[in-house]
Design a protein around this ligand. Sequence first.
Ligand code: ZN
Length: 161
Amino acid sequence: MRFHYYAAVSLFPLVSGLSSAEECRLAIEANDAMQFNQRELAVSSACSEVELTLKHVGTQPAKVMGHDWVLAKASDMAALTNAGAAAGLTNNFQPPSDTRIVAATKIVGGGESTTIKFSTSALKTNEDYSFFCTAPGHSSVMKGRFRLVDDAHRTASRSSE
Ligand code: ZN
């Protein structure tokens, strides 16, 4: 028992080091004025998985002012929003099974929130990514830049995970 006690104590510094996991969580808000509250999001390449929460802080229902959060290469944004408009609300304004979509939440209405987790394995640090809302007409203002920031040291120290 004594051995286990000391083992637990020695692990404590490692546990406190896990605060970096917070950096793998993103939160963004959308509102009734067709706006995201952030223009740029970034995560460390040390994050193998990212947790993103989209919160709609407005009151309008999804069919009137619903929003989603979609991540894709910046060069794919226009084609994806066009295809999303054709796909309609029942498909969350997203073309089903489209491999250009890196990650996406569902459409949420006012007062709702949704959380997704996605792997960073398909992302590159030197690629230009955009996040945007695929509701028709929204991406002209509801868009921003997404970056995977290289973090070689942390990647090395966490590679055993
Ligand atoms: Zn929107």
